[in-house]
Ligand binder design. Structure first.
Ligand SMILES: O=C(O)CCC(=O)C(=O)O
Ligand SMILES: [Fe+2]
Length: 279
C-alpha cells in the first residue's frame, strides 16, 4: 500500500493509485491522539454489550459462533462531534472530490470493533456493489472503470497482521466481480496495516475483508462510506439524526448527508426555474 502524509496526500496521485494501482492507500497525520482517544472511548462505550446490531459479511464469524466478537456501532454522527470532523476532514474532502465528483455524499459512518479471537469477515466488495454476487441485478456492462464508492477506515487501534488489519488483493479493483475460491484471497492478500490515527482509503470494489484478530487487544476502526451524489445511500442518516443536528449542520456535513441533492422530487409540484438539472 502506498503511504502518504497530510502534507503529501496529492489528490491526483491518490486517485490514480485507487483506480490503476493497488486500490488502497495509507494516509497518516490527519487526526490527533486526543481525537482518536475520544472516538475510541465513544465506540467502546456503545459496544460493551454483545452485539444485536446488524453487521455484514460475517460468514466465518457466523460459522464459528463468534458473532459477539465482532460489533458495530452505527450512526456515529449522532454520537459525538469528533465523527463529523473525521467525515469532513479537509484533506479527505479534497481527495474524495477528485475521485467521486465534487458533490459526493456519505452513505454510512459506523465503527467496526473486532475483539481478540474475532474470526474476521468473508472477502467482499462494498456497497453499492456488495450484492455483486448477483451481477444480473446490476446494469449490463457495469464495471469498475468509474468509481461509485470510496471507503475510509480511521484506525483506532494498532492494525497489524496479528490484530487482523483489513486484508485486500492489490489490483483486484480493476475487474468488478466477487472473489471466488479460485482467487485464493488469503494467499494473495496484503494488509492495510497502520497506527491509531492513520487512515486507510480504498476503492470498495477492491476485494477485501477484516482479517482474524489473533492479538490480545481490540481492533476497532471508523468505517466511512462515500458515494457519488446520485447513488442511493446505504443508511438514511438524516432520518436517524436529531432534527437539530440536521438543521445546524455545516455546509460540508449537509453535502455529506445528501441534502444538497434533492432527488427524487415531485416535479409536478416544483416551481418553474427551481430545478437545477434542467437548466
Ligand atoms: O474492519 C475492516 O477491516 C473492514 C470492514 C469491511 O470491509 C466492511 O465491513 O465492509
Ligand atoms: Fe468492506
Amino acid at each position: 500500500m502506498k503511504r502518504f502524509t497530510a502534507q503529501t496526500a496529492d489528490p491526483q496521485a491518490i486517485v490514480h493509485e485507487l483506480l490503476h494501482g493497488g486500490g488502497a492507500v495509507g494516509i497518516s497525520g490527519l487526526f490527533t491522539p486526543e481525537e482518536i482517544a475520544e472516538a475510541r472511548a465513544i465506540v467502546m462505550e456503545h459496544s460493551e454489550e454483545e452485539s444485536e446490531k446488524v453487521t455484514h459479511f460475517q460468514g466465518a464469524a457466523a460459522d464459528a459462533g463468534k458473532l459477539n466478537l465482532q460489533r458495530r456501532v452505527w450512526n456515529l454522527l449522532g454520537k459525538g462531534e469528533v465523527f463529523s470532523r473525521m467525515a469532513a476532514h479537509p484533506v479527505l474532502m479534497d481527495i474524495l472530490r477528485a475521485f467521486l465528483g465534487t458533490e459526493f455524499i456519505m452513505g454510512s459512518i459506523a465503527a467496526n470493533r473486532i475483539l481478540p479471537g474475532g474470526p474476521g469477515q468473508e472477502p467482499h466488495v462494498d456497497y453499492p456493489y456488495w450484492d455483486f454476487h448477483k451481477p444480473e441485478t446490476h446494469p449490463v456492462g457495469l464495471n469498475g472503470s468509474f468509481p461509485m464508492n470510496a471507503q475510509v477506515s480511521v484506525l483506532l487501534d494498532p492494525f497489524t497482521e496479528e490484530s487482523g488489519a483489513t486484508g485486500y488483493v492489490p489490483g483486484s479493483q480493476k475487474e468488478l466481480r466477487y472473489p471466488t475460491k479460485a482467487d485464493k484471497f488469503h494467499e494473495n492478500c496484503e494488509q492495510m496495516t497502520g497506527e491509531p490515527g492513520d487512515v486507510a482509503l480504498f476503492y470498495g470494489v477492491t476485494w477485501h475483508c477484516a482479517m482474524p484478530n489473533n492479538a490480545d487487544h481490540d481492533r476497532s476502526a471508523i468505517l466511512i462510506q462515500y458515494l457519488p451524489k446520485f447513488v442511493k445511500p446505504m443508511e438514511d442518516m438524516p432520518a436517524a439524526l436529531p432534527k437539530s443536528f440536521v438543521e445546524e449542520a455545516s455546509p460540508d456535513i449537509r453535502q455529506l448527508l445528501g441534502l444538497n441533492y434533492p432527488y427524487p422530487e415531485i416535479l409536478d409540484a416544483a416551481k418553474a426555474g427551481n430545478t437545477e438539472g434542467r437548466k
